[in-house]
Design a protein around this ligand. Structure first.
Ligand code: ADP
Length: 336
């Protein structure tokens, strides 16, 4: 498909260049032909004038303009212009092909990413849907299914559909960032921003008796409040998910000359060196996260977090050692 598009685009580029080139050639031919005739005419009158001044009494000899010479010059001019246009066609043809490739490359990359995204998403959706379907079908066929059992099945079905809803919400969120929609920036107090996120995540932390120690700073920051809160919630949620019971999480803000840095430090299972380069990839889950009981997830949180921070012109970094806790660093530069 892209080969065809590239050839088509090359054709269009070439057409534009050649139309311009031919128009200029026609103009050059016209002007040069006129100049040749004008030159022959003026040479003839000059010879006449010279002759008249040297022999004023005798009539001037008939001096004819050599029309064959003019036609020959015009032919030579035409041939030269043809050769030049041939060269232009050759050079601009290969240049157009190269440029068409470069023009189409970002579109090709985007299409491939979209394809990959759709295939990843449908793969991730198919597994829980198939499991849910199988569970409902088996229960439906079971003649001994009583009311208590049915309620259990329905509770499981609701749990699975909730998981599916979370997955589709995350997919929509990711796609929303791919479409680069505008941010709703407004100045907000750093302290409020941090405490609002803590308020929302606290019930989850309480369930595991995890304490979150917050260390905010004074001042304001110019961000999309909803998005940055979402980013904090993703990272805090992970910190809780991958931390043992009764551990501690630190949520710290610092100010440097250029940036405001937020740190989320946990004492959890950590991330191995092998997994670290991949954790921001879509659908990536480290082995220890998959096998760890009760850590549900689809490996989309960190890719959303990364998109949020990048859309703010900041960056997200991680420092972690297996079994030794994890620290996420959020750098934001546009503070007011
Ligand atoms: P998930 O839904 O699996 O948590 P994320 O995109 O949020 O997806 O995270 C991707 C992977 O990064 C996780 O599966 C886990 O392996 C690892 N990870 C993220 N945060 C932490 C953390 N605080 N501690 C240990 N591992 C983490």
């Amino acid at each position: 498909m892209f080969k065809q598009a590239r050839l088509k685009l090359t054709g269009w580029y070439l057409l534009i260049i050649m139309v311009v080139s031919f128009s200029f050639s026609a103009l050059i031919y016209q002007i040069s032909s006129m100049e040749i005739i004008h030159f022959a005419e003026s040479q003839r009158s000059r010879i006449e004038r010279k002759f008249n001044s040297s022999c004023p009494d005798s009539p001037p000899p008939p001096i004819l303009v050599d029309s064959d010479l003019i036609v020959e010059s015009q032919h030579r001019l035409l041939a030269n212009l043809g050769i030049i246009n041939g060269f232009i066609l050759l050079i601009s043809g290969s240049l157009s092909y190269f440029l068409a490739g470069r023009t189409l490359r970002p579109i090709q990359k985007m299409t491939e990413e979209q394809k990959q995204f759709i295939s990843d998403a449908s793969h991730e959706l198919r597994t829980p849907i198939t499991a849910l379907k199988a569970m409902l079908e088996v229960s439906l066929r079971d003649p001994k299914l009583d009311l208590i059992e049915s309620k259990k099945v329905l509770t499981n079905a609701i749990y699975s559909t909730n998981q599916l809803k979370n997955l589709s919400d995350s997919l929509l969120e990711l796609n929303h960032f791919n479409n680069k929609s505008a941010l709703n920036l407004s100045p907000v107090s750093i302290k409020n921003l941090m405490s609002e996120s803590i308020k929302k995540i606290k019930p989850k932390a309480d369930k595991k008796q995890i304490t979150i120690k917050v260390n905010p700073i004074k001042g304001q920051i110019n961000v999309d409040v909803q998005k940055i809160e979402e980013l904090f919630l993703i990272l805090l949620d992970n910190a809780i998910k991958y931390s043992p019971k009764s551990s501690q999480i630190k949520f710290i803000a610092l100010k440097t000359r250029k940036n405001i840095i937020f740190k989320i430090i946990d004492q959890g299972i950590g991330i191995s060196q092998k997994d670290l380069p991949h954790i921001f990839d879509r659908f990536y889950r480290a082995d220890n996260a998959r096998t760890k009981n009760g850590t549900s997830g689809y490996g989309l949180g960190l890719s959303i977090a990364k998109k949020i921070i990048e859309s703010h012109g900041g960056k997200l970094e991680v420092d972690s050692k297996l079994n030794n806790g994890t620290t996420f660093f959020i750098y934001l530069s546009n503070f007011s």
